[in-house]
Design a protein around this ligand. Structure first.
Ligand code: SF4
Length: 373
């Protein structure tokens, strides 16, 4: 059996204005105790599933780079003692610029981290400060360069668009500056205003204006032109990489392979059972995995369509037909013919994929496909 592992690290230096993730400022003092609980949880998983093979580990957050180098080493050392890490394992750590130095990066590289994802968000300090990020753009440049010096060349930078006060030129310039850093992977996410965040409240009070849907799509389109000029390829709705640098861990999610989520709020999908952990305070009180929910065949089929069509390679119709029957596959293909005629989809061999225009309206297309099943 194989399963990827996600480790959630919920500590942050401060809370960003748009963030509704499972993350907390001012709780870093609990890190040692938290890591002990994560490793206990991993031991329990080993008792249940055995010492399974691990193709990828993703340490996400929160801000995992706030942990000390020894704490990060302890997580990875503990997991590799329990499970069978693949020889070519991909180990990603999320990091905030300004929270890493050369020494920490060299140490974690030796501990196994071979991919870093930096949350940069924008190249304009005025925008970063309005989002209440703790870093400036110069910190991104320094962090990426130090990671490269430490021997980690597989680097992702996260950017956001449709931000308050952000112009098209701002966003294109952010993309250009990120690509100038000689990174291998770029993720771009549109801002989603989440209720309960400071930014949501500011927008409600009319203090900030967020670019509308059309503007947001235009921003993404312009950015894609810049990315393609540098021969980086889109491989998922929000993700772009040079060939061979696609994030293997995220592909596990989109292809519905097994993943075990450790730590507060982490989700798991193991042998078609889904379960998730409670939030930080309950987790620290010893509450473990929540109830297991077995996924029905219909849900599996829905998820397969929703997740695989996020990727530019598309939905593998041969595999779909084997898993869910030829009759359903034919119904999907019949509906897809309409999308193909409208320029929203294409078929390459066994794969049905959405074109760039189709990706812009992915949700609506999926609803139509699901209606036919
Ligand atoms: S660093 Fe990330 S997880 Fe932490 S508060 Fe900011 S957006 Fe949320």
């Amino acid at each position: 059996m194989k399963a990827s592992i996600y480790v959630h690290v919920p500590f942050c230096a401060s809370k960003c204005a748009y963030c509704d993730f499972e993350s907390y400022a001012g709780k870093l003092a609990y890190a040692d105790e938290y890591i002990a609980r994560v490793l206990d949880e991993a031991k329990r998983a080993k008792t249940e599933y055995g010492a399974f093979g691990v193709p990828s580990v993703f340490i996400g957050g929160g801000t995992p780079s706030l942990l000390s180098k020894e704490q990060i080493g302890r997580i990875l050392g503990g997991l590799s003692d329990l499970f069978a890490f693949d020889k070519e394992i991909e180990i990603t750590m999320e990091a905030n610029p300004g929270t890493v130095d050369g020494e920490k990066l060299s140490y974690i590289r030796k501990a196994g981290v071979n991919r870093i994802s930096f949350g940069a968000q924008a190249a304009q300090d005025v925008i970063l400060s309005s989002l209440e990020r703790i870093h400036k753009w110069v910190d991104v440049e320094e962090a990426v360069s130090k990671a490269q010096d430490a021997g980690i060349d597989n680097i992702n930078v996260d950017l956001m668009y449709a931000l308050p006060g952000q112009t098209m030129d701002d966003f294109v310039s952010s993309v250009q500056k990120a690509l100038d850093l000689n990174i291998r992977h770029l993720s771009m996410y549109s801002l989603i205003l989440e209720e309960g965040t400071k930014l949501f409240e500011r927008a409600e009070r009319g203090e900030v204006t967020i670019p509308g849907d059309d503007e947001s799509v235009s921003m993404q389109e312009r950015a894609i032109e810049e990315i393609e000029k540098r021969c980086m390829k889109r491989y998922e709705i929000s993700n772009y990489a040079y060939p061979g640098y696609e994030c293997r861990h995220n592909i596990v999610y989109w292809t519905r392979k097994n993943y075990l989520g450790l730590g507060s709020g982490a989700h798991s999908l193991m042998n078609e059972a889904r379960f998730f952990n409670p939030c930080f305070s309950s987790y620290m009180n010893g509450e473990g995995f929540g109830e297991r929910e077995m996924i029905s065949e219909y849900e599996r089929m829905e998820e397969t369509i929703m997740l695989e069509t996020r990727m530019t390679r598309g939905l593998d119709m041969e595999a779909f037909s084997k898993a869910f029957g030829n009759e359903r596959a034919q119904r999907v293909l019949k509906e897809a013919d309409e999308f193909i005629k409208a320029g929203f989809a294409e078929k390459n061999g066994s794969f049905l994929s959405f074109t760039r225009e189709g990706m812009n309206v992915q949700n609506a297309l999926i609803v139509k496909l699901l209606e036919k099943l």
